[in-house]
Design a protein around this ligand. Structure first.
Ligand code: E4P
Length: 221
């Protein structure tokens, strides 16, 4: 399973990229607005300069013609750019045209197997089931990921499943168990994934024991 970082924060992306564990980035209009930057193109290009993999950037239009125009414009910014399009009838129409132009699409705001299937049939490269948002309304988001993965494997679809709206490290474990190709994680979750109290305690104990023996060695000299 691959990990993408789900953020538009440049410092977080720089740090995560240094760890060598993320192979792409996903953004959305809410994440961009958190950064207080309106220079959409500049932010996306900066992200592309930090990571070498796919960078998802979402269209803001809702009508098919303007969605297609916007997607063509955004995808011309960099070969790394993947266009995020919400699953709506307009979205599907746009995906079916754009995918024939070899523009990569990430079907976003996916909350059902049927929506994922329609995304594949229209030509999406990725589908993103939103796990946390389903959990929030009392559904099991990870069950949806598992069902989509199973159906895609059954038909040998090449479309990849991105487990999105990840809220905590256990979501990542569940996404891996479900066979998601990718999990896109917020920076906070990535950092939580690195830590375990026994690792922290173990490092402290090793340092303490080693400083004891090196003190003794110094005294013997
Ligand atoms: C995925 O591509 C989305 O940007 C993201 O995972 C949404 O997460 P949220 O539900 O925490 O906003």
């Amino acid at each position: 399973m691959h990990l993408f970082l789900d953020t538009a924060n440049i410092e977080q992306i720089r740090h995560a990229a240094k760890l060598g564990v993320i192979s792409g980035v996903t953004t959305n209009p809410s994440l961009l607005s958190l950064e207080g930057r309106s220079d959409y193109k500049a932010v996306i290009l900066e992200i592309c300069s930090i990571v070498s993999g796919p960078v998802s950037a979402e269209v803001l239009s809702h009508e098919v013609g303007s969605m297609i125009e916007e997607a063509r414009e955004i995808s011309s910014w960099s070969p790394q750019v993947v266009i995020k399009i919400p699953i709506t009838p307009f979205g599907l129409e746009a995906i079916s045209i754009l995918s024939k132009e070899n523009i990569k699409i990430n079907l976003t705001l996916c909350f059902s197997v049927n929506q994922a299937l329609l995304g594949v049939l229209a030509g999406a490269t990725y589908v993103s089931p939103f796990v946390g948002r389903l959990d929030d309304i009392g559904h099991n988001g990870m069950e949806l990921v598992a069902e989509i993965v199973q159906i895609f494997a059954h038909y040998n679809f090449s479309t990849q499943v991105i487990a999105a709206s990840i809220r905590h490290p256990l979501h990542c474990v569940a996404a891996a168990k479900a066979g998601a190709h990718i999990a896109t994680v917020p920076y906070k979750v990535l950092m939580e994934m690195t830590s375990h109290p026994l690792t922290t305690a173990g490092i402290a104990r090793f340092r303490e024991d080693w400083s004891g023996i090196s003190q003794e060695a110094k005294q013997e000299k």
